[in-house]
Write a protein that binds this ligand. Sequence first.
Ligand SMILES: Cc1cc2nc3c(=O)[nH]c(=O)nc-3n(C[C@H](O)[C@H](O)[C@H](O)COP(=O)(O)OP(=O)(O)OC[C@H]3O[C@@H](n4cnc5c(N)ncnc54)[C@H](O)[C@@H]3O)c2cc1C
Length: 467
Amino acid sequence: MPRIIIIGGGISGLATCHYLKKEVPEAELTLFESQKRLGGTLGSERVDGYVFERGANSFLTNHPETLDLAIELGLEDRLVAPTPEAKTRYLLKNGKLHPLPTSPISFLKTPLLTLKGRLRILAEPFQSSESAEEDDSVASFGRRRLGEEAMRTFLDPLVTGIYGGDVERLSMRSAFPQVAELETEFGSLLKGMIKKRFRKRTETNKKSPDSEQSKAERPKRQLLSFKTGMQELIETLEENLKEHIVYPYKVTRVIPEKNSYTIRDRDGNEEKADAVVLAIPSYRAASMLAVNDPETSQAFESIPYAPIAVACLGFPKSAVKHPLDGFGFLIPRDQGRRLLGSIWVSSIYPEHAPEGHVNLRCMIGGARDPDILNHSDESLQEIVLDDLKPILGIEAEPTISRIYRYAKGIPQYNLGHLDRIERIERKLWNSPGLFITGNAYYGIGLNDCCREAKKRAVAVREYLKTV
Ligand SMILES: Cc1cc2nc3c(=O)[nH]c(=O)nc-3n(C[C@H](O)[C@H](O)[C@H](O)COP(=O)(O)OP(=O)(O)OC[C@H]3O[C@@H](n4cnc5c(N)ncnc54)[C@H](O)[C@@H]3O)c2cc1C
């Protein structure tokens, strides 16, 4: 009976364990997690009727992986969808919130751009793609396709909102591969989007000529959570996998042997495995492999991370003048605030706040504010409130708050990311039986983590057939 060890009990490790149980049912499976709780950066705290999320607030259904996992776990009835009001997203400009344009007409009218900026967007299909570098930063891609003003106004906060990243350093091809592909394939974003939409519609109609039916089949792009928060996903995985999970257990070394690996913990205890899946942040993988293989560990170490803090704040509804009629807002860098943005959780999922109260989630830090975590929790909350209060017309102090801080919170897919991954993969070819997964490599979203977990389980199954 083969023994497989998974290191790391975040969503990547847990999902890998879930899929391995199905792919290699005969294996002895063990998952080691160093902390006293599972979930890594994912998980919720439920306090006084509020659901406060430590990390991810929701997952998108434009890709099926997290939804598929939730359904497999029997959580379909526990899912919650956003309210229709949560559709509107805002951007801050000159102290005021403006709805983010979503249609070509609203782009032409938006006060977020000058007339020159709007006309430059219209010229996007006529911009040459010849000057495209193989690995462009998001900023340089945005300047070339949409112009400086649209890049600063829209792409900069988008990069902050997803990666806590620096638009000048983040790699377009690694961070937004599908958008980069539109330029390569169609020479223009706009032309690409129109052609892709047309293609999809034709394909759907071919599959099912009945137009009503084909409309129903089209996957809806929604941001889902669970009735009592993302923690439900972690709790259910824990319950289903409990005989395989050991925590707290901090692995310090992974030592390759002939056809197997020895896993050592901080007290010197050792375990043997035929295959090992590292589902931990890349810098942790670096230290685990360091002594035996400095070159591989250096490749893992070279993936940078940005610090991030999440402030979850509760107020009585009456203390907030703004109607909170939307999803929340982001702040472009040129607006000179330290707050990156705020998600109006109780407007999206009303069940995540007690009746008559609002649940606001705010982000600070990121690649361009690397010293943010030198502040105490009190000081972080003050920084958030100094920016938040005038924007939303809040005059009271929060009645409840939680601060979650991550010194290395979000991996940064900066320029050269694909080369770094290639170096790591080349090294792994020489380490049969050693596998990596997690948000450092092939995508940071929950869908990416679940997709890669499933792929890795299949790869382990195939590997075990060869030994
Ligand atoms: C603030 C924030 C907001 C986010 N929002 C969203 C969102 O809304 N939607 C979305 O799709 N994604 C979001 N993400 C991204 C997504 O949540 C993460 O990419 C994902 O949860 C990462 O999971 P992971 O298992 O790969 O890594 P982690 O969660 O980092 O898990 C790694 C695990 O390995 C363990 N470990 C480390 N070292 C050892 C060791 N030596 N021995 C044993 N165990 C060890 C850690 O304790 C941890 O539990 C967000 C991320 C953050 C930080």
